[in-house]
Ligand binder design. Sequence first.
Ligand code: FMN
Length: 205
Amino acid sequence: MKKLYFFCLMAAACLLELPAQTATPINNEVINTIMARRSVRKYLNKPVEHEKLEAVIHCGINAPSGMNRQPWVVRVVEDQKLIADVTEVYKKENAEQVKRDKDFKNMFRNAPNLICICTPANGGGELEAGLLGENMILAAQSLGLGTCCLGGPVRFILSSEKAKFFLERLDIPTDYKLNYIIAIGYPDEQPEARPRDASKVKFIN
Ligand SMILES: Cc1cc2nc3c(=O)[nH]c(=O)nc-3n(C[C@H](O)[C@H](O)[C@H](O)COP(=O)(O)O)c2cc1C
């Protein structure tokens, strides 16, 4: 009986989930870029050109911030060996998971480059870090690049003693901490839009 109740509950939850909204009534280049963006987890074996990474970063640091404080530190990883080395640590500590993933190339959803976003160690700056990140994600999309926001790999790096060298290599100031990573590269997949719950929005008029 309990099982049936659980099944009905799950079925109801699925039915309530609204389909992904992939089109808007008004379109332009920016709106189309926003609507076309999806998290990419398969990438071509082709690092992003330095100039493109620079353009993406430039868009990021032009995001708004409270009193223009810019409470972030950003590190762009172009060093393929650093990604491979920390992935080796990850593979040893997550062997089963890696074995199950037939597409596994590295622990950053297989991306060739990383943008590491740091916020003040004593808290705050998360809102700005998010705005900075979305600017970069959309700039990347407009350049034909794919991205994926990553929290999981950050948790691993912060918790594993053996992955410490990665943080040391990032050379993060002592008053900042690694908050999240944006994986970036040339996409090797075109993921479908995931459902969005438009019922969470109310227009007050
Ligand atoms: C703060 C944050 C952390 C995330 N962490 C991960 C992650 O560790 N691994 C992953 O594959 N995707 C991660 N994602 C991507 C989300 O799963 C994704 O954005 C969401 O499912 C919506 O799909 P879409 O981006 O394709 O629209 C993260 C996204 C955000 C905003």
